[in-house]
Design a protein around this ligand. Structure first.
Ligand code: RUB
Length: 306
């Protein structure tokens, strides 16, 4: 179960920062539920190993780390296998409920930033950003959307499917068209894999180029992010690891001229200075507010679990 889920996250059958976090929490819950023995130390060891396997399945989105670690809170205090099992199941269910609720709250709060006549640009496939756009449409607002293709995985095709099924007026563009259409765009909505303590955004590669184009054109950029995408590790200055994936995702290795290397990072970093607001389940906040929320809400207690 744990290795199955980890494999699905690695091969992107399950993808998107919120979904992988919920899948990680669910895999921990299922492991706990199915643990057959009565050896407490062995159970705790198995939970720790499962957490490590899940977290290693994709390195960039801290949502996965937070989702998996949330299931382990209080495990050291329970002193029977059944007690630990109950804690993990309760924690996992609570995290999943919180995560789903956060995406819905972001849809409501994000929709408030969308007005009649807007031309929105979104990059890749973020369920949080798409939720806000669909909610604004559901409220009867009239606007249109540009969605990037997002090479190499083309998650933009999922975005245009989701938006068009909801009845949103959407135009698919390849990534390199972003700067050309930016003069027509009024707002950019993107998702997040990780937000650092100083308010920088780690999201699908290309987001920083979108942000640069938006900044240059004085177009507002909003990040739709649940607060469990705030990275407690960055409080102590740790860097976010940017995942690099296989060459074959870009070109069949046999088609590559000899001596040519391929660089395939799948996320990049957008500085806080290019972000107008972060739409969270707690409300709209400036990137500078992230540090305070991280310390007060996620807090050093989460950080201290490591
Ligand atoms: C997806 C991506 C999304 C964020 C947020 O990358 O970068 O913008 O994960 O998604 P990948 P959500 O396809 O490589 O996972 O809002 O759904 O959590």
């Amino acid at each position: 179960m744990v290795t199955d889920t980890a494999q699905k996250i690695t091969d992107m059958t399950i993808r998107g920062a919120g979904r992988i976090a919920r899948a990680g929490a669910a895999a921990m819950r299922d492991y706990a539920r199915a643990y057959p023995g009565d050896d407490l130390e062995d159970f705790r060891k198995g939970l720790k190993e499962s957490a490590d396997i899940l977290i290693a399945s994709r390195p960039t989105a801290v949502s996965l780390w937070n989702g998996v670690h949330a299931t382990l809170l209080g495990v050291e205090d329970a002193d029977t296998v059944d007690g630990v099992r109950a804690v993990v199941i309760r924690n996992a269910d609570a995290f999943i409920t919180r995560s789903e609720g956060a995406v819905k709250a972001i849809a409501r709060i994000g929709a408030n930033r969308i007005e009649d006549g807007d031309v929105i640009l979104t990059h890749c496939n973020s369920s949080a950003a798409i939720g806000a756009i669909i909610e604004a449409h559901r409220q009867g607002k009239r606007f249109r959307v540009y969605a990037t293709e997002s090479r190499p995985w083309r998650q933009g095709l999922l975005t245009v499917r989701d938006l068009s099924e909801a009845g949103v007026d959407v135009t698919l563009i390849i990534d390199s068209v972003v700067n050309s259409v930016m003069k027509h765009v009024t707002k950019v909505f993107v998702g997040a894999d990780t937000i650092t303590s100083h308010g920088a955004l780690i999201n699908k590669v290309g987001t920083s180029m979108v942000a640069l184009a938006a900044h240059e054109a004085r177009v507002q950029l909003y990040v739709c992010s649940e607060t469990y995408k705030f990275s407690p590790m960055t409080l102590s200055g740790e860097m976010v690891k940017i995942e690099e994936r296989e060459v074959s995702e870009i070109i069949a290795p046999g088609d590559l001229p000899e001596g040519v290397r391929v660089f395939n990072p799948v996320f990049d970093c957008t500085p806080a200075s290019h972000i107008d607001g972060i739409i969270t389940e707690l409300g709209l906040m400036a990137p500078a507010a992230v540090y305070g929320v991280m310390v007060s809400q996620l807090g050093y207690s989460v950080f201290g679990e490591e």
